[in-house]
Each structure stands twice: as structure tokens, then as C-alpha cells.
Design a protein around this ligand. Structure first.
Ligand SMILES: CC1=C(CCC(=O)O)c2cc3nc(cc4[nH]c(cc5[nH]c(cc1n2)c(C)c5CCC(=O)O)c(CCC(=O)O)c4C)C(CCC(=O)O)=C3C
Ligand SMILES: [Fe+2]
Length: 419
């Protein structure tokens, strides 16, 4: 796939013939023939309102979904892993281990299909709101690469982009590393003579579209277990572990650090309280971590979800509702580290685990992303939009502060920030 540009909201914009249009749509996984976008009347309607609707997303020429990426075939696994870990001290046996996880699923990570579905859903939400702004997709570590997507769009005359990242929290891995890769794409295009500018929506861990959706999904799962067993389950929230040093320095350069773990703690507690209000004060919950890598000598955030499951069994817990609040879709960490490994651990120690869905393409989450796009666009126009939050905490700044979530290895340029 060379240069897939998704524009599910505006197929009428195609210039290079029908074949090209089909490629572009399917490249981004937009709905096929049965799609409402294909019907002439809707396409015409969208053309009519294009000027109006685009005003809401000005000054941006396009919105681009920026994601991690993942392999889609066995032979793509090692190149993907090498790209992800280049310049980082990940031991070879860890890489071989992770490669096996991917090969157990036919060498295909689910993440790209999930992003295709998210693009289609966001395109539908845009269409519903009569927003005809093109919606593109670029990955950091696999095709379609962000640089290629931006190059293609720049070739069509687009210069200003708004990035929607598939990562909700603040840390080097979950925020600045995305910003560095965006900066690298911009630098490449600048060198090629087509400079572009990219802004980003704020980290959305406490935007209601993400946080309240998680709260509803957790409450629904806990209710289901209670109704079936007559007892309240224990809630186990899970997020990606990161090195202690990365957590210690997460957040604005002038702050106390530990923002990554604090954001997860705050959301976990808020969700538990919300679920308690519905299901009863006896409901308990805690935050755990998964997917640690790196050498054993390097401390990473704990407790590991598997260790906690073993301890919980000894404490007499029999039913757990496991909520992967650290992830936006059911990608490899979720289907392997949780649905495979943690489920095995739970079975070993006699705990029944119901895994909560990630926000994925939940309409409330997708609508929240559209709200975040409009919020950021209004800010870019120097307006002061409402910036809703839940749980209550400052909304994350749309322009990251200097030194925020630093790269502890090398200083690199990062886009979407004040430094
Ligand atoms: C915080 C965080 C998120 C959540 C935020 C976000 O979503 O961005 C995340 C997501 C993801 N991480 C992913 C994959 C990998 N992460 C690795 C390595 C690492 N992740 C880290 C952190 C995070 N990672 C860290 C501190 C490392 C070690 C150092 C380094 O290398 O930076 C490695 C290397 C091998 C290994 O060490 O395990 C792989 C293959 C995939 C794709 C999954 C798929 O294919 O479905 C996704 C969505
Ligand atoms: Fe990762």
C-alpha cells in the first residue's frame, strides 16, 4: 500500500479516476459498495455544504489519524519490531518473544484493521455533522507511514493538518514519541520542498468521550457479573507499563512528574466511584500494569496484572472485571498480554475474568474525537472553546509545554509543542 489517503467523508473529491478512488477508499478501510457515501444523493449533498461545514475545522486542510502501526503478514513482523526498537536497548530474546506473539496470530496485528474501522466510524460521524474535511491515516511504525500520507496530501496542495493520535495519556512513549515522529515527517517533507504544519488534539484521558465511555463499559461489565453471580466483582484496570524513569519524568517539565501513573490512577478511581454509585458501595478496584519489557534490572511500573491476579486469588477473589483503560483498541497487548496470558494466569489460580472492551469505535468515543477536533480547530483560530473534562482535572494543553515528557536518551525535535 503506497500512499493511502482516506477521505470517506468526501469521495467526490477524487481526481484520478474511479479506480484510484476505489483504491483510496479501500486503502483506509472505508466501507465498501454498500456505503452510504457511495450514493449519489449524499455525495451531492456533501458537495453542496462543503464550504460551510469545512469552516468548523479551519484552519486545517485535513485531519490525520496517527497510530502506532503493526505488522499484517508474517514477513512484516521482524521489520516492524526492528523499527519500533531501533536505537533502544531491547534484548534480542525479548524481540524473539514478541515476534512469537505476533506469529501466533498469523503475523497479523489487529491494530490496522481497528484503525480502518475507526477511520470509517469517524468519517461517518463527520458526515453526520456535515463536516467534509478529508480524513487521512498515517502510522509511525508500519504502512501506511505518516510521512507517505502527508507527502501525498501535500501533493494535492494541503499544508495544515490536525493529528488525532490513538493514545490518550501523557508520557514519552504515549505522547512525545508521537510528536517526535510527526516532527521527523515534517522535516522530511520540508527537505523535499513541501513543508507542512501539524497540530494535535490534546491528550484525552480525561475527555468525557474517552473517560465516560470507559466508565460505562466497566459498569456494564460489572453489572453483568453481579447479575449472573449475585456478587460484585473486583475491578482490575490495566495499562501499559513504562520504565519508572519515564513515569518519573512524565508531565510538564516544571511539574512533579509521575503524571502517566497519576492520570491512570485518577481515571481508575473515578470509574470505580461512578460504578459504585450504580452498583453498590462494596465495589472495589485497583490499577495494574502489563506488557513490561526491557532488562529485568530496570524498574518498570508495577504491579504486573499477572502477579496481582495470583495475590487476589489468595485473598479470596473469584471474579474480576478487567478493564484495559490504557488502550484505545483491542490490539496486540490486549489480545495477547491480557486475553491470552492474563486469562491463563487467572484460570490457573481459579479466578474468572470478564474483560471489558476497549473504547474502539464506540459511538460515544468517536463523537468525543470529533468534538476534540472541533475544539482544537477553534483554538487554532484563537477562539476559546469549551474544553470539557471528566474526571475533573485540568484539560491537557493542546500545545505541549517545553520539556514535557522528555526523551531521556537523546534530544530530538518534537512537533505540536512549545519546545
Ligand atoms: C505506553 C505505551 C503504549 C500505549 C500508548 C500507545 O498506544 O501508543 C504502547 C502501545 C503500543 N506498543 C505496541 C508495540 C510495541 N511496544 C514495544 C515497546 C514499548 N512500548 C512502550 C510503551 C507503550 N507502548 C515502552 C516503554 C516500550 C519499550 C521501549 C520502546 O521500545 O519504546 C514493542 C517492542 C517490543 C517490546 O519491548 O515489547 C512493541 C512491538 C503497540 C502495537 C500493538 C500491535 O501491534 O497491535 C502499541 C499500540
Ligand atoms: Fe509499546
Amino acid at each position: 500500500m503506497s500512499n493511502p489517503i482516506a477521505d470517506p467523508a468526501d469521495p467526490g473529491q477524487e481526481t484520478s479516476g474511479q479506480e484510484g478512488a476505489d483504491q483510496r477508499l479501500s486503502g483506509a478501510g472505508a466501507p465498501a459498495q454498500e456505503s452510504a457515501y457511495e450514493t449519489e444523493s449524499l455525495a451531492e449533498l456533501e458537495r453542496d455544504v462543503e464550504l460551510d461545514s469545512t469552516a468548523e475545522t479551519e484552519p486545517y486542510d485535513a485531519v490525520v489519524l496517527v497510530s502506532f502501526g503493526g505488522p499484517e503478514a508474517p514477513e512484516e513482523v521482524m521489520p516492524f519490531l526492528r523499527r519500533v526498537t531501533r536505537g533502544r536497548g531491547i534484548p534480542d530474546d525479548r524481540l524473539a518473544d514478541v515476534a512469537e506473539h505476533y506469529q501466533a496470530f498469523g503475523g497479523k496485528s489487529p491494530i490496522n484493521d481497528q484503525n480502518r474501522a475507526l477511520l470509517a466510524a469517524l468519517g461517518e460521524e463527520f458526515a453526520r455533522r456535515e463536516i467534509s474535511t478529508p480524513l487521512l491515516w498515517g502510522n509511525r511504525n508500519s504502512e501506511p507511514f505518516l510521512t507517505d500520507t502527508l507527502r501525498g496530501a501535500a501533493g494535492e496542495g494541503m499544508t495544515r493538518f490536525l493529528a488525532v493520535t490513538t493514545s490518550a495519556y501523557s508520557s514519552y512513549s504515549s505522547c512525545r514519541q508521537y510528536r517526535e515522529d510527526i516532527a521527523e515527517s515534517i522535516a522530511e517533507l520540508t527537505e523535499e520542498g513541501t513543508p507542512v504544519r501539524v497540530d494535535k488534539i490534546r491528550q484525552y484521558w480525561n475527555h468525557p468521550g474517552f473517560a465516560s465511555t470507559n466508565a460505562r463499559l466497566v459498569t456494564e461489565a460489572a453489572r453483568q457479573v453481579r447479575d449472573r453471580t449475585g456478587a460484585l466483582p473486583h475491578l482490575v484496570y490495566v495499562t501499559h507499563s513504562i520504565p519508572d524513569a519515564m513515569d518519573d519524568t512524565s508531565g510538564p517539565g516544571d511539574g512533579e512528574g509521575n503524571v502517566y501513573s497519576a492520570q491512570h490512577q485518577a481515571l481508575s478511581q473515578a470509574i470505580t466511584e461512578e460504578a459504585r454509585a450504580t452498583l453498590g458501595q462494596g465495589l472495589t478496584g485497583e490499577l495494574t500494569y502489563c506488557s513490561r519489557s526491557g532488562p529485568p534490572t530496570q524498574p518498570w511500573l508495577e504491579p504486573d496484572v499477572n502477579d496481582r491476579l495470583r495475590e487476589l486469588a489468595q485473598e479470596g477473589v473469584t471474579h474480576v472485571v478487567m478493564a484495559p483503560i490504557g488502550f484505545v483498541s483491542d490490539h496486540m497487548e490486549v489480545i495477547f498480554d491480557l486475553d491470552t496470558e492474563a486469562q491463563e494466569t487467572a484460570a490457573e489460580v481459579g479466578i474468572e475474568v470478564l474483560r471489558v472492551p476497549t473504547v474502539g469505535i464506540d459511538p460515544q468515543f468517536v463523537s468525543g474525537l470529533a468534538d476534540l477536533v472541533l475544539e482544537r480547530a477553534a483554538e487554532a483560530r484563537d477562539e476559546t472553546p469549551q474544553r470539557p473534562v471528566w474526571p475533573a482535572a485540568e484539560p491537557w494543553p493542546s500545545v505541549c509545554r517545553p520539556g514535557c515528557c522528555p526523551n531521556l536518551r537523546v534530544a530530538k525535535p518534537a512537533a505540536c509543542g512549545a519546545d
